[in-house]
Structure formats: structure tokens, C-alpha cells
Design a protein around this ligand. Structure first.
Ligand SMILES: [Mg+2]
Length: 193
């Protein structure tokens, strides 16, 4: 992930930068996430989404290392339209609670190169957008945060960033005030690309 690339755009016209959650937003990873827990003996009904992995492992009595080893980084595919969306964006970033080993391997496999990608190791608790905005050298009103869970909505609100719901994930639940996209390419209009 080249964080230096931000300098290239420092004097360019200000466009809206798409900061994206990874699991359930860009990639359809529910099955991969669940399968790893099930392989470690957890009941499917116990598993929820959007958490910090370390917290979820504590809750379920697992070690993070065992979970990361059980997670198949080749399994999850992009949602339809996401690859085309990312190819159309000048600037985009990832902010995810995912373990950096798993998330980094998936970005590499998909040959996706966000300007900045922050995973769980970048934060002490749940992910935050403010450090990422600083790395991108943009203000909160120059970004949107694209996500699929209430955790993502909260993360956006805390940083004063507009939240966009990845409505192409059938599990995503809209709340009043959400901007809901039904297809990834709808985002291009919003971003002025
Ligand atoms: Mg997610």
C-alpha cells in the first residue's frame, strides 16, 4: 500500500474520496468468515459481523492466530460491480476491523491497491476514520465512508464523515438518514467521477 501516493493529488481539485469497509462491503465474505469460526468449533448462530476480530475471538473463546490460520483468504469474491467501481476511482482507501494478514492477502489476491489501507492493527479498539483522513490529507467533508453495518455507520458519524450504505449486501439494514446505494457503480455519480 503506497501511502506516499497521496502527495500526487495534493494540489489537484478536491474530489470526494471513497473510504471503504472491506468485509460485506467490497467483498462478499460472510461465508469465509463464518466457515473459519465453524472450523474452530463455533455454532453458526453465535457468529455476528462487523466486530473487531480480537474482541469476537475473546467472546467466542478462540485465539486470533488460530482464527487467521483457519480463514481462507482465497474464498471471498467481490460483490458484482465493485471491481469496476474501484477501477474507476482516482482515490480510494480501506478502513477495516479485519486482521491485517487476512485483509492484506485479499487485497493482494484481488490486485486492489487502495491509497491507504488500515486494518485492526492500526487501532487500539474499533477502527477510526480520523487517522486515515490525516494520512490522505483530506478533511471529513472530502470523504464518504462506504460500509455495511451499524459499526460502520457509527465510525463515520464519529469522524463527521458522510455514511453510505452498501445496499447491495442483502444483510445491510438501512437507517433513517443513510444514503443507500443499490449498486456499486451508483457511487461514481456521488463522487463526481
Ligand atoms: Mg463490513
Amino acid at each position: 500500500m503506497s501511502q506516499q501516493r497521496g502527495r500526487r493529488f495534493a494540489s489537484a481539485p478536491k474530489r470526494i474520496v471513497a473510504v471503504c469497509d472491506l468485509d460485506g462491503t467490497l467483498i462478499d465474505s460472510d461465508s469465509a468468515l463464518v466457515d473459519a469460526f465453524v472450523a474452530l468449533g463455533i455454532d453458526r448462530e453465535e457468529i455476528t459481523f462487523g466486530h473487531v476480530l480480537a474482541d469476537e475471538c475473546v467472546r467466542l473463546g478462540l485465539s486470533v492466530g488460530n482464527y487467521v490460520a483457519a480463514y481462507d483468504t482465497t474464498q471471498a469474491l467481490p460483490f458484482a460491480g465493485v471491481t469496476e467501481l474501484l477501477a474507476s476511482l482516482d482515490r480510494w482507501a480501506v478502513c477495516s476491523n479485519k486482521h491485517p494478514v487476512s485483509g492484506g492477502a485479499e487485497l493482494e489476491r484481488l490486485q486492489w491497491f487502495p491509497e491507504v489501507a488500515l486494518f485492526a492493527d492500526a487501532f487500539r479498539g474499533p477502527k477510526q476514520l480520523t487517522p486515515l483522513l490525516e494520512m490522505l490529507e483530506i478533511t471529513a467533508d472530502q470523504a464518504i465512508f462506504l460500509g455495511d453495518t451499524a459499526h460502520d455507520r457509527q465510525c463515520a458519524m464519529e469522524a463527521g464523515v458522510r455514511f453510505v450504505l452498501a445496499g447491495w449486501n442483502p444483510r445491510a439494514e438501512a437507517q433513517p438518514g443513510d444514503l443507500v446505494m443499490s449498486h456499486p457503480l451508483e457511487l461514481l455519480e456521488l463522487l463526481g467521477e
